[in-house]
Unconditional design. Structure first.
Length: 503
């Protein structure tokens, strides 16, 4: 127990440390916020939300654009902090920040167009009515963020929730609280008037307290198992939630694919960020005609790749020590079931690092195919054709992202549309995450709901339908004084409009 200063008074509180995964150096110490503190934070957010929503579209846009400007001007400081907390290379941290800035910009500039009042056609039965729909902010949004992308992923909820007029209470992962704190502090610098974006820190207990609080919606990113616990907590108050959970993303390679480009994309998708990417590549299905050639090219690209903590390393350590156990179990199970290591193997696990592992001839029933590995490994499987590849890709209980490498546009689109995943990139990898206008999310054990784009903005609002009488109705059927002739006219019109035979 350590002494923590809150509002000028000292109190005894439980604390935890943020630790550099490569060096085990303590970066900073943070308080574990309990239920009372979380509820008080949400109450402050409620007041801030009223002020923030009252600013209007233009004023909110101006402040959000000022925030994204602040992030890009101090990209070096934030990237260094991400590097220290997650172990990822500085270049990857900078790329993550850039993508977050792009999303803040899009949300700020498009919120009014997507969410503002719009007229809709009333139709013949309501010809006397003017109809419109608009989207009102929910109030206070609780965002529970992950450790693998501690800026880009939570900003995908935070920026859109703020642009829609809500206040946000943000609980970052207990592995990356300093990064989360920096985000909140930077926003307070450009919006100092009210605590529109606030921080609570801690582990699962703090997240549960946030889910059980008076927030109007939870946006969660994490494992499927944790999502179920968050849903149970939300159920107490019927609090809706968005769940962006794990993935077991498939990568299809057709017979006409550009194999050099496909191998390069699969290699990067598998090992970037030490494979700790929900939409990273974990399963590759290659049409038999090009299987061996593709495997050779993939092995060639990955063979010289190594992790480390220096600026020359391709990727860093595993951020979460427990994840190394999962990788170890998956590789061991795949080899025990008859799979072969094309690159790496059990010797690739050198805590806190994991060297790249390519596995071939791995049975579909193995853990390395069925479960999310979340490490720099991938399985490569031979299939007869694209149809078999799609079928195997869709057999997973996860359905987040996917990739298709096929030159023929018609076949590529057909395969992409047949994939059950929420997003598919054709002839590139993870391209959909870089386009802020596209919805992001999955189904099955990959969760539900969408962030990013117009769908993401609407997730943080409630739709409001409004009708207004603009003239007297020619068919007065919604009154106790209704005449039989009025109903007869209505049914006659309905017969003309809807009564014809369809074949």
């Amino acid at each position: 127990m350590n002494t923590v200063w809150t509002h000028g008074q000292a109190r005894q509180a439980e604390t935890f440390d943020s630790v550099n995964p490569a060096t085990s150096e303590v970066i900073a110490t943070f308080p574990v916020h309990g239920r009372a503190e979380v509820e008080a934070t949400v109450e402050r957010a409620r007041e801030a939300a009223a002020w923030w929503s009252g600013l209007g579209w233009k004023e909110r846009q101006t402040r959000l654009l000022a925030w994204k400007s602040h992030l890009i001007r101090y990209v070096g400081r934030l990237a260094e902090l991400i590097h220290n907390e997650t172990g990822k290379p500085l270049a990857d941290a900078q790329l993550e920040i850039f993508l977050a800035v792009v999303h803040i910009d899009w949300a700020a500039r498009h919120a009014r167009r997507v969410l503002g009042p719009r007229r809709v056609r009333s139709g013949i039965p309501a010809i006397n009515l003017t109809s419109s729909v608009e989207y009102a902010p929910l109030g206070v949004i609780g965002v529970i963020g992950p450790w693998n992308y501690p800026v880009f992923t939570p900003v995908g909820s935070i920026a859109y929730a703020l642009a829609a007029g809500n206040a946000v209470v943000f609980k970052p992962s207990e592995l990356t609280p300093a990064t989360g704190g920096w985000l909140v502090s930077s926003f307070a610098e450009v919006v100092p008037e009210h605590p529109v974006l606030q921080l609570v820190t801690g582990a699962g207990g703090t997240g549960e307290a946030l889910a059980r609080s008076a927030v109007d919606k939870i946006s969660f990113t994490g494992s499927s198992a944790t999502a179920r616990k968050v849903m149970a907590a939300c159920a107490d108050n019927l609090t809706p939630m968005i769940a962006e959970c794990g993935g077991k993303d498939a990568f299809l390679v057709g017979a006409d694919a550009d194999l050099d480009a496909a191998a390069d994309a699969a290699a990067w998708g598998a090992v970037s960020n030490a494979g700790q990417t929900c939409i990273g590549v974990e399963r590759v299905y290659v049409v038999e005609a090009v299987y061996h050639t593709f495997l050779e090219k993939l092995a060639e690209r990955i063979s010289g790749v190594r992790p480390g903590d220096d600026r020359e390393s391709a990727y860093g350590p595993m951020t979460h020590p427990a994840q190394i156990d999962v990788v170890e179990d998956h590789v061991a199970d795949a080899l025990a079931r008859g799979g072969r290591a094309v690159i790496g193997g059990m010797q690739s696990i050198r805590r806190p690092y994991v060297d790249p592992v390519i596995l071939a001839d791995v049975p579909e029933t193995s853990m390395a195919v069925q479960d999310e590995t979340f490490g720099p490994t991938l399985t490569v499987t031979k299939v007869a054709d694209l149809d078999e590849g799609v079928a195997l890709a869709n057999s997973s209980r996860y359905a987040l992202g996917s990739t298709v490498f096929v030159r023929n546009k018609k076949r590529a689109l057909a395969a992409a549309r047949a994939m059950r995943s929420g997003m598919t990139a054709i002839n590139s990898v993870i391209g959909f995450a870089t386009v802020p206008a596209l919805p992001y999310g999955g189904s099955g054990d990959s969760g539900f709901g969408r962030i990013h784009g117009p769908d993401g903005l609407r997730e943080f609002t409630r739709a409001k339908a409004i009708t207004r009488v603009r003239m007297r109705s020619p068919l007065n059927v919604t009154t106790l004084g209704r005449k039989s002739k009025d109903l007869h006219r209505l049914l006659s019109a309905a017969t003309l409009l809807h009564g014809k035979r369809y074949r």
